[in-house]
Design a protein around this ligand. Structure first.
Ligand code: AMP
Length: 179
């Protein structure tokens, strides 16, 4: 088995969740598999091993689990990007598009210093609306977004292309067809 098939096989697909027509790519089965979890984190950080990364920003909630491990591996700090109303200190906030309507995400205004080199982490990129909002938020407080990393890409939804068009290098470990 190739690396890609091996890791891909640890992801569970739940059809029609959370609504009909969506194939939910459930990474909890990858996280629960010690070898797969380590491999996924090692592969995500591979291009930046030996580079200076100041902070890893993780998107709530699965991006926290992966982002924490990635930050540890790179000896970088970790910064949470959260849904609105959860962070206690002064925040910056941005609205971002979901499939239906808008939501808002926040980070602490002092979480990143201007010019710091930051990697953004989430489990999956679909339309890219969430990650695009996160990149804008990071840039708003002066971060140098060096890359965005995801385990799963849904290329037909165009999210990775959207980030690349914003000059953000994108790293994904596998792709699934469809939604
Ligand atoms: P998007 O903003 O469209 O790129 O959606 C990305 C966010 O929604 C990520 O935080 C994912 O965890 C979640 N997501 C979107 N589609 C799926 C899917 N098919 N399976 C699992 N999670 C998904």
């Amino acid at each position: 088995m190739t690396f890609d098939q091996d890791l891909k096989a640890t992801i569970r697909t739940i059809p029609d969740y959370p609504k009909p027509g969506i194939m939910f790519r459930d990474i909890t089965t990858l996280l629960a598999d010690a070898r797969a979890f380590r491999r996924a984190v090692d592969e995500l950080v591979h291009p930046w091993a030996g580079n200076k990364i100041d902070k890893v920003a993780g998107i709530e909630a699965r991006g926290f689990i992966l982002g924490g491990a990635v930050a540890h591996q790179l000896s970088a700090g970790f910064v949470p990007i959260r849904k609105k109303g959860k962070l206690p200190h002064t925040t910056v906030r941005i609205a971002y598009s979901l499939e239906y309507g808008l939501d808002e995400m926040e980070m602490h205004v002092d979480a990143i210093h201007p010019g710091e080199r930051v990697i953004l982490v989430d489990d999956l990129i679909a339309t890219g609306g969430t990650a695009e909002g996160a990149v804008k938020l990071l840039r708003q407080i002066g971060a140098n977004v060096v890359a965005a990393c995801f385990i799963v890409d849904l290329p037909e939804l165009g999210g990775a292309a959207k980030l690349r068009a914003m000059d953000v290098p994108v790293r994904t470990l596998m792709a699934f067809e469809g939604h």
